[in-house]
Design a protein around this ligand. Structure first.
Ligand code: SF4
Length: 388
């Protein structure tokens, strides 16, 4: 595969592989199986590893997940990353089992809210160093630390993400931990481009993990991701990437194939046409964002529901409405805040929100009808709007 010229970021070793330091861009992915289901997770790790994933990420929230991870580690040679959310202390048990720890600065305040975030990051850095692990500071548009968010205007989503990432880099540097990379993800490709460009100007030394979060189902999810990654990679920005797609577990290799194709096309100078970009991003069209699912999905019907929602809403394609479809309560409530209609899945019920206000919780066999009712109301409002 032809190579792409890279910014001179520092080398970060992750198990048997590395990012930055002039290395080729690494494609990675994440398991969507229940981590506690060792058989299914080992199978998916191997599936992704064989497809070419340089690192495979696994979510761990509970001691049960941590015990399962020990078995998964024993049965796989893949480079593993662990995804922490609110329960950052579980890092102590899992760091010796993996090659990288991903933490989200926006989730650190949930546990022990009176303990300064700096203490928690020091704990994570000390734990990673003792276990010979790298760290990713993974900042996400829908879950920025409220203390940082409050310093910015409500409609500024890039400033808080950037400030959070820079603050954590500065702190990790100050305590002598340098084996880290950063990600700044949003579901809007234009914001991903701007956030990563601004970060790369201020911290050209720090390797960047690129991705468009909740890009959705293929082919639209791949097009959205390409819009951001083609631009950034061709500017020398980005050391590793993930194409996050809402697909069934058996199709997760599509994330790797799409990532490798983007790299090959950027290296060869083959970019998407303006028509393809307009089709996926033109304001004034229905936009469905959906999470790629992970171990935290609370009902296995999530991916099918996302596909049904896309089919059911096809009649509204010409309306400027955003629908967010999320798999769990961890990120669902926050990541649906900016959407016109938001859906996130619980074990037996699906929660529906309209412009930040909860509409209700509905059974899986009721939600499509309820969503359609709300969608029709929004369309009615748009049709009666004097600006139309
Ligand atoms: S919204 Fe929940 S289920 Fe979906 S990827 Fe994020 S954490 Fe996983």
């Amino acid at each position: 595969m032809p190579t792409i010229d890279r910014n001179p970021t520092r080398l970060v070793q992750i198990g048997s592989t590395a990012i930055g330091g002039g290395r080729p861009v690494l494609v990675q992915s994440m398991c969507a199986t229940k981590t506690s289901d060792v058989e299914a997770t080992v199978e998916q790790v191997e599936h992704l590893d064989k497809a070419g994933a340089g690192v495979v990420r696994i979510a761990v929230d509970t001691p049960r997940d941590a015990r399962a991870l020990a078995e998964i580690r024993d049965r796989s040679m893949a480079n593993l990353s662990v995804d922490l959310q609110e329960n950052y202390r579980v890092a102590k048990e899992v760091a010796p089992l993996v090659d990288k720890i991903r933490y989200n600065p926006g989730h650190l305040y949930h546990h022990e809210p009176d303990r300064p975030w700096q203490d928690k990051v020091r704990f994570l850095a000390d734990t990673a160093a003792a276990a010979d692990c790298a760290i990713r500071v993974g900042v996400n548009c829908g879950s920025v630390d409220p203390a940082i968010q409050n310093r910015f205007e409500a409609d500024d989503s890039i400033g808080p993400m950037l400030a959070s990432a820079l603050e954590h880099c500065e702190f990790l540097d100050s305590i002598g931990f340098r084996r880290y990379c950063v990600s700044l993800k949003d579901s809007d490709p234009a914001k991903v481009i701007e956030a990563n460009r601004r970060f790369a100007v201020q911290r050209p030394d720090v390797p960047l993990h690129l991705g468009v979060t909740e890009a959705g189902m293929p082919p639209e999810g791949i097009v959205k991701t390409r819009i951001a990654l083609e631009r950034l990679l061709s500017e020398g920005i980005g050391d590793t990437l993930r194409v996050s797609l809402t697909v069934p577990n058996s199709q997760k290799h599509q994330e790797i194939e799409a990532g490798r194709q983007i790299l090959a096309d950027v290296a060869a100078g083959n970019f998407q046409t303006p028509a393809q970009i307009a089709e996926a991003t033109t304001p004034g069209r229905l936009n469905i964002i959906s999470c790629p699912s992970c171990s935290r999905v609370q009902n296995g019907d999530f991916v099918e529901l996302a596909q049904q929602i896309r089919e059911m809403t096809a009649y509204a394609a010409q309306y400027p409405i955003t629908i967010a479809v999320m798999g769990c309560r961890v990120n669902g409530p926050g990541e649906t805040d900016d959407a016109d209609l938001g859906v996130w899945c619980g074990p037996t019920q699906v929660n529906l929100k309209r412009r930040g206000e909860k509409v209700g919780s509905f059974n899986y066999d009721e939600i499509l009808e309820k969503l359609r009712e709300e969608l029709d109301k929004l369309i009615g409002e748009l049709q009666n709007s004097p600006e139309r």
